[in-house]
Ligand binder design. Structure first.
Ligand SMILES: Cc1cc2nc3c(=O)[nH]c(=O)nc-3n(C[C@H](O)[C@H](O)[C@H](O)COP(=O)(O)OP(=O)(O)OC[C@H]3O[C@@H](n4cnc5c(N)ncnc54)[C@H](O)[C@@H]3O)c2cc1C
Length: 499
């Protein structure tokens, strides 16, 4: 295909192809399909090759769309893969579930509202790389003899382990669940991220020398309510501190924020992860039936983020009746104010594929009580409308509006109100300090030692350190933490870092 010059009229943005709603809600598996080769090249040709690429600046990984777009446009796929692989350990994850901060920073988005489809191009590159056998183990040139333990196998732990293994260290990943992958494997529905995609990456990592000790909880066997564990054994923090030259805590931010209202104890009220993990385990064949199901029930999902949206998608597929998605914040504007936000990710009303599959959204709504029947099962929920006001620093105050209480009949309530931090028992076992917000405190967050904790040779990265965020940020944290650990062990590092 001939190269499109920037002064030629742009073709339009092409979205991933989606199976129609009626068909996709009949199964739990992936329903998007990639663009054709011609479409991808056409999409790549829309890139304006900006001198200052805000797409890269806005991506936590600093992916380089301007480079790989040009290479794809020119049919130089292997080089495009090299450009992508240089900054991102797992493009097959991000090209499926990243909100694409890069696209919000795209100049085309600013100019004509239609960003280059960077995610679809990234997906085409990584799909081709796997099909062509380009994704091979990248073995270290030599071994350092240093041993590193990584606690947690989410995207942060995996990225950190992979980078450290490639630097020649002997890395063992400890994971309390039966499968590695963290929230990618257990929390995220298969329709967003098929699990086979994680498995083949783990095989690559094993071939690079990373060892996985699954079903092994570190530091504690007792987790807070709402934190799942499939551990069959527990290993003391002291054992890791004695046996390894460095320890990285990449344990996520798993403690769910609870809904403290009367009726919380009712039958049919669950943390979101009970629904999501159970369905994932059933879909994988690990168990016969999901232990929590919305089948035949009207459902209220309390909390409007990714977790809430995933509960809607799973409930719809399980055969729920009416679904309400309830947020106490106000409805974001339908049209973003780019003049004040670009190139940052703008605040605007977003409709996820799950929301599109059918649910009613309630905004400015606070839960007052979960109503129970004589057997203690949920029969409904009582809400009140609220008004949000913001101070100059952007802090929100919620005011309940008198006389606005209302009830809806539901038989299931899922709590998706976010997470407060990693398990306190784990932090206590290592003796690491916490921030006032419950995350692992690091020595110098904005400076030289952003991943070193208060305990010598213990580092932290991902949601456990940063707070609940995005996969792309977790991969970035893992990569940067690996460089910090490598420098700590060797006195220098050749691992890529932006610090
Ligand atoms: C339901 C849901 C949907 C999401 N959807 C999206 C999305 O669409 N896009 C996006 O970008 N982000 C999404 N996110 C956020 C994203 O998944 C997280 O930011 C990311 O997974 C954090 O990575 P992590 O490696 O820091 O932690 P995690 O992925 O949470 O992994 C931590 C791992 O540590 C293990 N662990 C914890 N304690 C111990 C212990 N004591 N011993 C051994 N192992 C331990 C846990 O079992 C877990 O496997 C979603 C989050 C949720 C909950």
């Amino acid at each position: 295909m001939a190269e499109t010059k920037t002064n030629e009229p742009a073709s339009s943005r092409i979205e991933f192809h989606h199976e129609p709603v009626e068909a996709r809600i009949r199964h739990f598996f992936e329903f998007t399909s990639p663009l054709t080769e011609d479409e991808v090249k056409e999409q790549a040709a829309r890139c304006l090759t900006c001198g200052t690429p805000f797409c890269s600046a806005m991506c936590p990984l600093h992916n380089r769309p301007v480079d790989f777009n040009r290479l794809v446009r020119e049919g130089r796929w292997h080089e495009a893969w090299n450009a992508l692989n240089a900054t991102n350990n797992f493009p097959e994850f991000t090209s499926r579930v990243c909100p694409a901060l890069c696209e919000a920073g795209c100049t085309r988005y600013l100019l004509d509202d239609s960003a280059v489809g960077v995610k679809s191009i990234e997906r085409a590159i990584i799909d081709r790389a796997w099909k062509s056998g380009w994704v091979r183990p990248e073995n270290a040139r030599g071994r350092t003899g240093k041993r590193v333990a990584v606690v947690g196998s989410g995207p942060a732990g995996l990225a950190c382990a992979q980078q450290l293994a490639r630097a020649g260290h002997t890395v063992t990943v400890f994971e309390k669940n039966e499968r590695a992958g963290g929230l990618l494997a257990l929390g995220m529905p298969d329709f967003k991220l098929p699990k086979g995609i994680i498995e083949r990456r783990l095989e690559q990592m094993e071939a690079e020398g990373v060892r996985f000790r699954l079903s092994t909880a570190v530091g504690t066997a007792e987790f807070e309510p709402g934190i799942g564990s499939e551990a069959k054994e527990t290993i003391e923090a002291a054992t890791l501190l004695d046996g390894f030259d460095a320890v990285v805590i990449a344990a996520g931010s798993e403690t769910p924020r609870d809904l403290r209202v009367p009726g919380r104890e009712g039958k049919g009220v669950h943390f979101a992860m009970e629904l999501l993990c159970g369905q994932n385990r059933a879909s994988s064949g690990a168990i016969k039936e999901a232990p929590v199901t919305s089948k035949g029930c009207d459902v209220a999902v309390i909390g409007g983020g990714d977790t809430g949206s995933d509960c809607v998608g799973i409930s719809r597929r399980q055969g729920a009746g009416k679904i309400w998605l309830v947020a106490h914040g106000n409805q974001p504007p339908e049209k973003e104010d780019k003049a004040s936000t670009w190139p940052s990710y703008p605040k605007k009303l977003r409709v996820s594929s799950s929301v599109e599959e059918g649910c009613e959204r309630l905004w400015d709504t606070e839960t007052k009580e979960i109503l129970l029947d004589a057997e203690g099962a949920v029969r409904g929920i009582r809400f009140v409308k609220t008004k949000s006001t913001y101070d100059a620093a952007g802090r929100r105050t919620l005011e309940e509006l008198p006389g606005t209480e209302f009830e809806i009949p539901v038989q299931r309530v899922y709590i998706a109100l976010g997470y407060t931090g990693p398990s306190s028992a784990l932090l206590k076992a290592f003796g690491v300090e916490k921030t006032p917000r419950g995350k692992i405190a690091v020595a110098d967050e904005k400076g030289e030692r952003p991943f070193a904790t208060s305990v010598p040779k213990v580092f932290a990265c991902g949601d456990a350190r940063f707070g609940e965020s995005l996969i792309v940020r977790a991969i970035h944290e893992g990569r940067e933490c690996a460089a910090a650990v490598d420098r700590f062990l060797m006195g220098f590092t050749e691992l890529p870092t932006f610090r």
